[in-house]
Ligand binder design. Structure first.
Ligand SMILES: [Zn+2]
Length: 275
């Protein structure tokens, strides 16, 4: 009877569709676990040793963990060369290696879950942006950029700036740590300087107080270990503080001890151990 076939088919479809999603999720999870527990081929590990400053200073356990995270990153994210840039293993592994420093030791079962694509330009690129003000789209001026993090699944980087960060790991400027810091922040649903946390009370207090302190210094033309760009807004403050935490931990601990302690609690690694 056609009516019976059609009812059976509908019941089958209702059961099968969620089942397909569950199976796909489980297969993806299993593959990710395998990658997390696999080491990189020696030629790719050499790139980590050469370009990721902390890598040779990590314990063997953490080296293995970083290799596993890089494996997942390389398998799950798409890299796209822009402006004529030809992608190489060095570009992919350097970006993945620095980004995954932010995930080390945190027992996460994901790797920048919203991120799908990394767009890489050879050097600084120009881009226009727009804001919605009073319900109307307002075009901003075209600016030169070293990197961007979008909430719709993309990070944009200038390879020249990534290389500068590799060669000058102790200057407090690192475009990969900065943009992937934004990715972590954006995981909470909005870019506001607060990544997903169990509780926000102490985080808000410490971040707010140190942000105000930086804004005060910038207004009175005083230098701080945290770059003045961090005074732009709380999201930039978190991204710039992340760069400082990883690259200038001694100075950050000396000048902003409570901020250092919060970031230590969040990132679960102590960059002081690597100097
Ligand atoms: Zn930023």
């Amino acid at each position: 009877m056609p009516g019976t076939i059609s009812t059976t088919f509908i019941i089958f479809a209702i059961c099968a569709i969620p089942l397909i999603f569950i199976i796909r999720f489980m297969v993806r999870r299993k593959k990710r676990l395998q990658l997390l527990h696999s080491l990189l081929p020696p030629e790719l590990e050499k790139i980590l040793s050469k370009n990721i400053f902390p890598y040779p200073r990590l314990s063997q356990k953490m080296k293995n963990e970083l290799q596993g995270l890089v494996n997942v990153f390389l398998a799950e994210k798409e890299f796209e060369g822009c402006g004529g840039l030809e992608l190489t293993d060095e570009i992919r592994v350097t970006i993945a290696g620095e980004a995954c420093l932010l995930l080390l030791n945190r027992n996460l079962n994901n790797c920048f879950p919203a991120l799908q694509t990394i767009l890489i330009y050879p050097t600084a690129y120009v881009a226009a942006s727009s804001d919605i003000i009073g319900g109307k789209r307002v075009e901003n001026a075209v600016t030169t950029r070293a990197g961007e993090s979008w909430q719709n699944g993309a990070v944009v980087l200038s390879w020249d700036h990534v290389r500068h960060g590799v060669k000058n790991y102790d200057d407090g400027h690192n475009v990969v740590l900065h943009e992937f810091g934004h990715q972590l922040d954006q995981e909470s649903g909005s870019a506001n300087g607060a990544p997903p946390l169990k509780t926000y009370h102490t985080w808000a207090q410490v971040m707010g107080h140190n942000f105000e302190k930086l804004c005060g210094k910038v207004e009175s033309n005083k230098k701080d270990v945290i770059d003045a760009y961090g005074a732009t807004n709380p999201a930039e403050f978190f991204a710039v503080s992340t760069e400082t935490f990883f690259e200038q931990p001694e100075k950050l601990k000396r000048d902003h001890p409570d901020l250092f302690a919060q970031l230590l609690k969040f990132y679960k690694v102590n960059p002081l151990d690597w100097n």
